[in-house]
Design a protein. Structure first.
Length: 378
C-alpha cells in the first residue's frame, strides 16, 4: 500500500534505497543464492540466526524464569551438581532437569562439566552478583502475562496486571494510596537499587554539593547508598505518603534518621520541599506522560536555589549498544503499566530546557545499558 502523505525531499533517496534493498532481501531466489554462495553464506546464516533469536526470545526468557523460580543458580552456587542432585532439589524428574540444564547451558546460564554434572554458566554467575535481579526476573511473570496478547495491549483493549502492580499509575489520587497498594512495588524497587545506585553514584556530580533531595525516592535505598559515600551531604527524600512511611521505618532501622529527612506528598499536587541545592530523579520521569514530566521539572526548578542542580537517572532510549532495551523493552513495559515512555537524552534535555534549566548534558555511566544520567543547572 502506497502512503499518500507528502514526503520530506531529503528522505526520497533513502526511501528508494530501502525499496531496492528490501525487494532484494524479500526474494526467495536471492535468499537461496546468498545461502549457497560461500562469500555471502556467513551473512545469510547470521541473519537467519538473528531472526530466529527474535522468534525464540520468549522461550529463552522462560528458561531463565524457570531457573530462577527453581533456584537453580542458588543450588549451583557452591559448585557443580549432578542432574540427580538437581532433580532431587528442584522436584523435577531427572529427564526434565536434564532438559532444563542443557537448554540453560546453550544460553550461558549453566555450563556442563561432564559426568552429567552442571556448574553455573557465565550469565548464571553474573546473576548471583546482582542482588535484586532474581526478584526482578520473577516479577516478569506479570509482564509476560500482559504480553500474551500484544495487539490487545497496543489497542488499549487489555487490562494489564502491571497497571495494578504500579498503583500510582492508576486513575485515582496517588497521595491516597494505602500501604498495601505500594508495598510490593516499593520492595521490588529497593531490591533492585543495588545495581542502580552504584552506577549512578559513580557518575553523579555530587562533590561540593550541600544537600540532595531525592524525589520519588522510594524506600530510601538510593539515599542510604549516598549517605555512605558522601558523609557531608544533607539528605531528604520525597515520596507518596504510604511509601514515605516505609522509607521512614527503613531509615530509622539503618540508624540514619539524623542523616535522611523524609517528606511525604504527591508531586502532581503538592509543592516539593525546598532547602536542597541538588535534586535527583532516579527511575521517575519515564513513568509519566509529558504534562506530568513538564510540571514536575518546573516544580523541581522552583524548589532549587540559584546554582542548583538536577540529576535525572533512568534507562534511556537509544542507549549505545542496547537500542532494543529502550524502545522495545521499556517501551512495552511502560505501555503495559499504563503511562510513561522511555525518552532519548535529547528529549530529556529539551524538557529540562523548557523547564528553565541550563546546560543539560548527558553524563555517561559505566553501564548505559542499565541507566544513564542527564545533569542540568537551575
Ligand atoms: C573472569 C574472567 C576470566 C575474565 C573476565 C572477563 C570480564 C571482564 C567479564 C565481565 C564480567 C562482568 C563484570 C559481568 C557483569 C555482568 C552484569 C553486571 C550483568 C548485569 C545484568 C543486569 C541485568 C540483566 C539487568 C536487568 C534489569 C532489568 C530487567 C530491569 C528492569 C527494570 C524495570 C522493569 C523497572 C521498572 C521501573 C519503572 C516502572 C520503569 O519505573
Ligand atoms: C519506579 S519507582 C523508583 C523509586 C526509586 N527512585 C528507585 O529508583 O528505586 C518511582 C517512585 O516514584 C514515586 N511516585 C510516583 N508518583 C508519585 C507522585 N505523584 N508523587 C510522589 N512520588 C511519586 C513512587 O511511589 C515510587 O517510589
Amino acid at each position: 500500500m502506497k502512503d499518500p502523505t507528502p514526503r520530506d525531499p531529503s528522505s526520497v533517496w533513502r526511501e528508494r534505497w530501502l525499496a531496492l534493498r528490501n525487494g532484494v532481501l524479500a526474494s526467495p531466489r536471492f535468499q537461496r543464492l546468498a545461502a549457497a554462495f560461500p562469500l555471502t553464506r556467513p551473512i545469510a546464516r547470521a541473519r537467519t540466526r538473528a531472526l530466529f533469536d527474535i522468534v525464540a526470545g520468549f522461550v529463552y526468557s522462560q528458561i531463565l524464569f524457570a531457573c530462577v523460580r527453581l533456584k537453580v543458580f542458588d543450588l549451583l552456587a557452591d559448585g557443580p551438581l549432578s542432574i540427580a542432585a538437581i532433580a532431587a532439589r528442584t522436584g523435577l524428574s531427572e529427564d526434565a532437569a536434564r532438559r532444563l540444564l542443557a537448554a540453560a547451558a546453550t544460553l550461558d546460564l549453566t555450563e556442563p562439566c561432564g559426568d552429567d554434572r552442571f556448574a553455573l554458566g557465565r550469565h548464571g554467575a553474573a546473576l548471583r552478583g546482582n542482588a535484586g535481579l532474581p526478584d526482578m526476573i520473577e516479577h516478569h511473570a506479570l509482564f509476560y502475562r500482559d504480553l500474551a496478547d500484544p495487539v490487545a495491549l497496543l489497542r488499549g483493549e487489555a487490562d494489564p496486571e502491571l497497571g495494578r502492580f504500579w498503583a500510582y499509575a492508576g486513575r485515582g489520587a496517588p497521595g491516597a494510596l494505602p500501604p498495601e497498594a505500594v508495598a510490593s512495588y516499593s520492595r521490588l524497587m529497593a531490591a533492585t537499587q543495588g545495581f542502580i545506585a552504584d552506577e549512578v553514584l559513580a557518575a553523579a556530580p555530587l562533590a561540593g554539593r550541600r544537600g540532595l533531595l531525592d524525589v520519588g525516592g522510594g524506600e530510601g535505598a538510593f539515599l542510604t547508598a549516598v549517605a555512605a559515600r558522601h558523609p557531608g551531604l544533607s539528605l531528604m527524600l520525597f515520596d507518596l505518603p504510604a511509601v514515605a512511611e516505609r522509607a521512614r521505618a527503613n531509615v530509622l532501622a539503618a540508624g540514619l534518621a539524623d542523616r535522611i529527612t523524609i517528606r511525604a506528598g504527591d508531586f502532581r499536587a503538592d509543592p516539593l520541599p525546598e532547602g536542597a541545592d541538588t535534586v535527583s530523579l532516579v527511575r521517575v520521569l519515564h513513568d509519566h506522560d509529558e504534562p506530568t514530566v513538564r510540571a514536575l521539572l518546573a516544580a523541581v526548578h522552583r524548589a532549587l536555589p540559584a546554582g542548583g542542580r538536577v540529576i535525572v537517572a533512568e534507562p534511556m532510549s537509544g542507549a549505545p549498544g542496547a537500542a532494543p532495551l529502550g524502545e522495545a523493552y521499556f517501551g512495552f513495559y511502560l505501555m503495559a503499566m499504563g503511562r510513561g515512555r522511555p525518552r532519548t537524552p535529547e528529549v530529556l534535555c529539551a524538557l529540562l530546557t523548557a523547564a528553565g534549566f541550563h546546560r543539560p548534558r548527558l553524563v555517561t555511566t559505566r553501564n548505559p545499558v542499565l541507566i544513564q544520567l542527564i545533569v542540568a543547572e537551575a
